[in-house]
Each structure stands twice: as structure tokens, then as C-alpha cells.
Design a protein. Structure first.
Length: 744
């Protein structure tokens, strides 16, 4: 009985102490030998989330400790990086220096693309690409796959890459995402930190959802944008909640379908935010930075948003100061806070986790990170970009695992594209001078890649219009790195061959058809070039439609030739390059014994070099074609004339076996024109051109060059570049052009 009385007395004492403790102020709790545990809840809001950094900066100045952090979307980015051990000052620098445009573009820089993808990029410049799988066209589950974002996050959290329990981070952390199947929030407490952050900010329709252990996750703002409840469940006694959610738009801003859709999403976010705020008590602190001029994507206003966070924190200084530590307590806490080592780990092995058709050896051939040396981050990022630039993976990630004392394994994880192996791209070419000449063609490229474990490709291209064409090529690498390859190809084409008099009047028109079959072997020179040689059978015919038949004495050929082709492409853009070089050259050798009209050789070279000064780019370009024996037949008469090819003349007005064009053109980006929901980069430009065609090699001379030039307005549209131009060539020839498509 005495034991029971003693137990009842003990329980009563505990109950009384609990009641007393619950009524203690923060100062009284600290005086009692303990302090309340403080949790920081950071909401989503895109670029407005830079305000979180300002809050952290000011909290540190006030010596207010943070025991737990939970974040949603951009709040997960800032909160996760802070929890990994980064100081607020370091976070400020990161947010200010990140290239946010590149981060959300999610494309490998063109210079790092596989050379085959550069060829597609030149020929088919539309930014739209469809996929075909299981008999249906496939649309991506998001506009952005998250490759570049993932890679950046992986590097930023590298010092804690081996910590998979978020409670063991320097500051315990939760990233809040939404289960897209159930609509419920998920507080991610373990796993890969960068993946958790990435899942929390996967805006539906913008980013591809993150598949985490069979659960599809999207942006946490859809279910819990301000994770107060999660912070409380982590064990926080007092919550500092930072709400930077985007406000509702006013009536005048609701002028498009996109604006209306965004408004409904904002309403949903604000509704779940109010639910979370209702959980706060009088002891908790709610900060709502004033961000009237900072929009979701205003990443150029990071400093302004951060300053707003500082100011909002200062406004609550009277309430917050009760949570501050003494200088001695703060110094001790900072000294004891776990700061992961920033020393780069020694890489002793590389493993591949491969969820794709291609072999591990193809993937491994692209990873050149040296072994038994500290991890070369720059090299790793480049290698991953090159691997992703093959365009066969949904995402390429890396992880580090400790496999022994001072031994670390680099794991490269790849996932094949969810939309399947078939890619479809489009191209458009339109040129008209609104008078005598016009050309119009629509092109489609259908490529299956990878075709087998060595990353072979089957490329089919078709065009309809004035110059219909079709081709099919099977490109088969002979080794994992595609150092050597073999490529059989069939091609058909048709077009019009026009001849003009000196005054620009048409004197003859022929309709041409051609068929070619070739077999080439070659070598890829990294991502920057290719060389190939082979044998080609070709048959061509021209039929007179109107005019003088004597201008084309040889109208039918059937022969076999040998060719050598060389290509270099380091341009940073196929549309409006600012740096880099493009060189395309081909030499062919025809022999009478193989069906040619006589023994002769042809040579063609095209070259472009780009230089940029601030926002103005200059391109120095040349194109030269020659037939060494002055043979005049269907395949040897090279065209010249039209926009940027002696502007002022009709398209392809001049033809001859010898052609030369030299051009300097420049353009300056002036603005971004708004059209529907697109922002179109807009350029003004001009060109100076010199060139001609010659009917014999002896007639070639500098004095016979024709001089011309143009001025133009250009739009970089998603379909293809569009130019509106005025051109002039000596002799009084001038024209106004509408041009859509590839220049040169």
C-alpha cells in the first residue's frame, strides 16, 4: 500500500511540474536550466525565398538558435542547404551567383552535346521535340527534367552526401513534398538530401515528378506550403514561421489563361497556408516579409528579397529577443555545431547503376574522373553533361559512398527516357523576296535512339515542299566510346533548277530528281567533330520544263564516287551563336571507270567563326565550292543568291561549277518581344557580303566579285529563326525578304 501511495505522489508531482513548466516564459525556461527548442518553418515562393536567407542572417545576429528546420519548395532549398552546415552568408553568395536561367533551362550546353545531336540541331532548329512510344505520341510529364538542378544540388550538399538520416545533419531537417497520387503532404526525413529538396520543388507541369521508392512526388506547396505542423512534429517547442507565398493577382493582371491558372494555384496554396498558420500559438513567431516587387521567377532580385527578410525579422525583434542566447552560449553553440568537412573525398572506384538499353561500358566511357585522386568536381560535372547530352537519359545523377578508410565509391545512376526511344523533330525553311523567287519546305526528323547496347541510331528525315526529300541512315558505333563507326545511308531528293539572265529574268527551268546510296566509316572526335570516308552511288536526272535547254548540257548522271568529309562544330548556338567555330568540308573523287562523265574532283568548304563584344556578335563566314575540271552537270552547279547570299538577288539566282561567298554579319540583342505566352529574343543585324559564281576556273578573280549587304530584324521563335530583311547587291538589285529557317 505504501508503494502505491508513493507512486501516486510521484505522478502528482510530475503533473504539477508539467503544468508549471507549460506556463513558463522563455526566460524562465532558460533560467530553469533548459531552453525551448526552436523550429524554423520556411514556405515556398520561388525567388521570393531569398527572404529566408535574410531571416537566417538576422536570427544569427540576434543569437537565436535553430534546432529544427522544415521547408517547402524554395524553403526546402534554403532550409536544406542551411541544415547541411552552410552559413547564411554562404547561402547569400550561392543564391546571388547561381545562373538561375541555366538552372531551369535543363539543357546540356550545346558545346557538350554529342556531335550527332549537334547535327540534328543545325538541320532541325525547332525547340519542340515529340516522342513516340507504344504506338502513341508521348508528351513529357514536365517541361523541365531537372537534370541541371539536380546536378547543382548534388554538388552543394556534397559534404553531407553520406548522411541519409536527416536527423543527423548539422541541423535536423525535413523537406515537404506532395504525393501526386493522394494529394497528401509527405515530410521527407531520410534518403538522398538533394533528391528530397528536388522533390519538394517539383512544380507540377513544369518539373518532371520525382519517383521516390515508387511514389511520385511534386511540389509540397500544393499540400503544405508553410510546414508548421511538420516542424512541431519534429519536436519544436516554439516555431518561427516565414511565409513568403505569392499574393493573389489583381483583376487587371488576370488577362490570360496562364494567369487564371496561376491564380487558382495561388488560391490553393494560400488556403493550406492559412490552415498551417492557425496552428501557431502566442509563443510562436510569424514573419511575412514585404515583397511587392519580387515575383516567383525574379531571381535577379535576390538581394532585395533577402533585405526584406532582414527587415521582417527586425520588426519582430521584441518578441524574438526572449529566445536569444548569451554571447557565451552562442559562441559555444557555434563551436559545437557540426560543420561537415569541405575536403573533397578520394575516389577509389566508379560504379554504374544503369536503368537503360545501352551497356554499362557506353556510360563508363563518358566518365573520365580520375581514380585515386580527390574528386574533380569540374570534371565530374562536365562528364555528366556529356553523358546527358547523348539525349537517351531522363536523368543522370551521382552519389558518393564510403567503402572503407579513405576509400570512396562514385556511383553514376542513369534512367532511360520515360517517353521512349523515338524522337521526332521539325524544321521549316521559307524564303521569299515577294517578287520573283520563293522557297518553302517543311522537314521532319524521326530518330530511334538508342537502337542497341552500343547506342546505335536509326535516323530518318523527310521534307515536303518545293524540294521534297527523304533519307534513312543507320549509324552503328564499333566501340563503347563511338571512336569508330559505320554508317550506311539511302537518300532521295527532288527540286527545281532555275537559270536566270543578267537582268534577273528566268530563262530556263528544270525539274531534278536524285537518288544516292552510300556506305561510310568514320570516327567521332569527342563532342566537337567528326571525320568520315566512304563510297557513294548516285543517279540524277533533270527534265526541262521551260526555256533554253542548252544551259544544262548533261542532264543525267549515274556514277560511283569516293568521298571524304570533315566537320567541326563548337558553336554555342545553332541559331544565334555568340562563340565557337563551325567548319564543314567535303571532297569527292569521280572516275570514268565507275560511270562518271570524266575523271574529276569536287571540293566544298563552309566555315563560321563567332566573336562577341558585350551584346553584339560578329560572324565571319565563307563558303567555297569548286569542280576542278569545269564539269557542268546536275550535281556540280552550285547556287548563290538570296538573303545573306548576295542579298538583293532572287533566291538561287546564280549557278555555276565554281562558287565563292565571303560574309561578315553582326547582330545585337535588343529585347524580348512578347507573343502570346512566349518571350521571343529579338535582334537587329546587318551584313556585308561579297561573292559570285564562275563558269570556269580561269574566270575567278577578286575584281569579278559582286558586293552586297542587308539589314534585318530577327526573332528567335520556338519553331525557327524568323528574319525580315532588306538587301542590296551592286548593279541596282534590291529586295525585301521574309526568311524562316537555317542561315547558311
Amino acid at each position: 500500500m505504501r508503494k502505491h501511495r508513493a507512486l501516486f505522489a510521484l505522478l502528482a508531482l510530475v503533473s504539477v511540474l508539467g503544468v508549471l513548466a507549460s506556463g513558463l516564459s522563455a526566460e524562465e525556461t532558460k533560467a530553469a536550466g533548459s531552453r525551448p527548442r526552436i523550429g524554423l518553418a520556411l514556405s515556398g515562393g520561388g525567388a521570393r525565398g531569398a527572404a529566408h536567407v535574410g531571416v537566417l542572417l538576422e536570427l544569427e545576429k540576434m543569437r537565436i538558435p535553430i534546432d529544427f528546420v522544415a521547408g517547402t519548395s524554395m524553403g526546402a532549398v534554403v532550409g536544406g542547404l542551411y541544415a547541411s552546415g552552410l552559413d547564411p552568408a554562404e547561402l547569400q553568395i550561392i543564391l546571388e551567383t547561381l545562373d538561375w536561367d541555366a538552372l531551369f533551362e535543363d539543357k546540356t550546353q550545346r558545346r557538350d552535346l554529342a556531335f550527332r545531336r549537334k547535327q540534328d540541331d543545325r538541320r532541325f532548329q525547332s525547340t519542340f521535340q515529340l516522342s513516340f512510344k507504344n504506338g502513341k505520341f508521348q508528351l513529357p510529364t514536365g517541361l523541365i527534367g531537372g537534370q541541371r538542378l539536380n546536378q547543382t544540388l548534388d554538388v552543394l550538399v556534397l559534404p553531407v552526401a553520406e548522411i541519409h538520416d536527416f536527423n543527423k545533419l548539422p541541423t535536423p531537417f525535413r523537406a515537404v513534398a506532395t504525393n501526386i497520387e493522394t494529394g497528401q503532404p509527405m515530410a521527407l526525413s531520410h534518403g538522398d538530401l538533394s533528391t528530397a529538396i528536388r522533390a519538394s520543388m517539383s512544380i507540377p507541369g513544369v518539373f518532371v515528378p520525382v519517383d521516390l521508392d515508387g511514389t511520385l512526388l511534386v511540389d509540397g506547396g500544393n499540400s503544405m506550403n508553410l510546414p508548421i505542423q511538420v516542424t512541431q512534429e519534429m519536436g519544436a517547442d516554439i516555431i518561427i514561421a516565414v511565409d513568403i507565398a505569392t499574393p493573389l493577382r489583381e483583376m487587371g493582371e488576370l488577362n490570360s489563361a496562364i494567369a487564371i491558372t496561376a491564380q487558382t494555384i495561388t488560391m490553393q496554396i494560400q488556403d493550406n497556408t492559412r490552415t498551417q498558420i492557425s496552428r501557431l500559438s502566442d509563443r510562436d513567431v510569424l514573419l511575412q516579409p514585404a515583397l511587392p516587387d519580387v515575383q516567383t521567377m525574379s531571381f535577379d532580385k535576390v538581394k532585395k528579397a533577402s533585405a526584406a527578410g532582414v527587415e521582417a525579422t527586425r520588426l519582430k525583434a521584441d518578441q524574438l529577443k526572449a529566445l536569444a542566447l548569451t554571447e557565451e552560449e552562442w559562441s559555444k553553440r557555434q563551436a559545437n555545431r557540426k560543420k561537415p568537412s569541405r575536403a573533397l573525398p578520394l575516389i577509389t572506384s566508379i560504379q554504374i547503376e544503369n536503368n537503360s538499353t545501352v551497356s554499362d561500358s557506353v556510360i563508363r566511357s563518358k566518365i573520365r574522373v580520375p581514380l585515386n585522386e580527390p574528386l574533380d568536381i569540374k570534371r565530374l560535372r562536365y562528364d555528366i553533361d556529356v553523358l546527358y547530352g547523348l539525349d537517351i537519359f531522363e536523368i543522370v545523377e551521382f552519389e558518393l559512398d564510403s567503402v572503407g578508410p579513405n576509400e570512396n565509391e562514385l556511383l553514376i545512376r542513369v534512367t532511360e527516357r520515360l517517353t521512349g526511344p523515338n524522337r521526332i523533330r521539325f524544321g521549316v525553311n521559307l524564303e521569299t523576296d515577294f517578287d520573283t523567287g520563293s522557297l518553302f519546305n517543311i522537314g521532319i526528323s524521326a530518330t530511334r535512339l538508342p537502337f542497341n547496347r552500343l547506342d546505335a541510331e536509326w535516323r530518318n528525315q523527310f521534307s515536303i515542299g518545293e524540294e521534297p526529300a527523304a533519307s534513312t541512315e543507320f549509324w552503328q558505333p564499333l566501340d563503347p566510346n563511338a571512336t569508330f563507326f559505320i554508317a550506311p545511308k539511302l537518300a532521295f531528293g527532288a527540286g527545281n533548277l532555275r537559270f536566270y539572265g543578267e537582268n534577273g529574268d528566268e530563262i530556263s527551268k528544270f525539274r531534278t530528281w536524285g537518288l544516292a546510296a552510300s556506305l561510310a566509316v568514320g570516327s567521332q572526335l569527342g563532342t566537337w567533330g567528326e571525320v568520315r570516308t566512304g563510297v557513294r552511288y548516285q543517279k540524277s536526272r533533270a527534265r526541262l520544263q521551260v526555256g533554253d535547254p542548252t544551259v544544262l548540257p548533261i542532264r543525267e548522271i549515274s556514277d560511283t564516287d569516293f568521298f571524304l568529309r570533315f566537320a567541326v562544330d563548337t558553336l554555342d548556338s545553332a541559331k544565334f551563336p555568340t562563340t565557337g567555330t563551325l567548319i564543314l568540308g567535303e571532297a569527292s573523287f569521280q572516275f570514268k571507270s565507275l560511270g562518271a562523265v570524266e575523271n574529276f574532283q569536287t571540293l566544298s568548304v563552309m566555315a563560321t567563326q563567332a566573336f562577341t563584344f558585350k551584346k553584339t556578335t560578329l560572324l565571319f563566314e565563307t563558303q567555297i565550292s569548286t569542280v576542278f575540271q569545269d564539269v557542268r552537270e546536275v550535281g556540280t552547279l552550285m547556287p548563290l543568291g538570296g538573303f545573306l547570299r548576295l542579298s538583293g538577288l532572287s533566291p538561287n539566282e546564280l549557278r555555276g561549277p565554281h562558287m565563292g561567298l565571303f560574309r561578315v554579319r553582326g547582330y545585337h540583342k535588343v529585347s524580348e518581344l512578347g507573343l502570346l505566352s512566349f518571350r521571343l529574343p529579338t535582334y537587329i543585324g546587318a551584313s556585308l557580303e561579297a561573292g559570285n559564281v564562275w563558269q570556269s576556273a580561269s574566270a575567278i578573280s577578286g575584281s569579278s566579285l559582286l558586293w552586297g549587304g542587308s539589314v534585318y530584324l530577327a526573332l528567335d521563335t520556338p519553331l525557327s529563326p524568323l528574319y525580315l530583311a532588306y538587301g542590296y547587291t551592286e548593279g541596282g538589285r534590291n529586295a525585301v525578304y521574309l526568311f524562316i529557317g537555317q542561315v547558311f
